[in-house]
Ligand binder design. Sequence first.
Ligand code: SF4
Length: 217
Amino acid sequence: MEKKYKPAVGNIEKIIEILDSEYPESTDTTLNYKNPFQLLIATILAAQSTDKLVNKVTEDLFKKYKGPKDFANVDIEELQEDIKSTGFYRNKAKSIKKCSRDILEKFEGKVPQNIDDLTSLAGVGRKTANVVLGNIFGKQAIIVDTHMKRISRRLGLTTNSNPTKIEFDLMEIVPDDKWTDFSHKIVSFGRTICLGRNPKCQICKLLKYCKFGQENA
Ligand code: SF4
């Protein structure tokens, strides 16, 4: 088994090719949004939740709240109630209100387009910032969510557990014109094949690049 193993780090182009052909449709986040602010709010709500559930909540939420002014001025308890089903709703409501206020006061009501300003907003870490930069501002961004964290470690693309360190490790390995797309493909791969529990290693097209898979298949 060991002899058949080809390290993923030296074969990233091949891996990208396989992911591209397996998931040609995965070119965007599965969160619904119509503008950068909506994507930012949806991504904050998606923490510890699912995109499907968040889309259900934002369908009504974005009809009720048209932009940062509405979120900044709403009574916190009312907002908590509106987002309750996404979980961790007290913290999320606090972050969304504060983040909206910051956007109004520091950025003239517009979502900033660089990582430093984005991560200065309440409730916005590098993952959320990279989702916004990669999906709506057309910048290349490695998005380290739960799928990227798990799969990059299994493939041996990183040995780190800290998401920021993983992001920087991957930035060294993945070509810089593929960062966002690679992130989308990894999410689809993580939802269909490289599952958290019981990954489908026997049918995985990346098996030859994956020591973890070969040892566990
Ligand atoms: Fe994931 Fe298994 Fe494929 Fe490795 S071989 S990438 S663990 S599904």
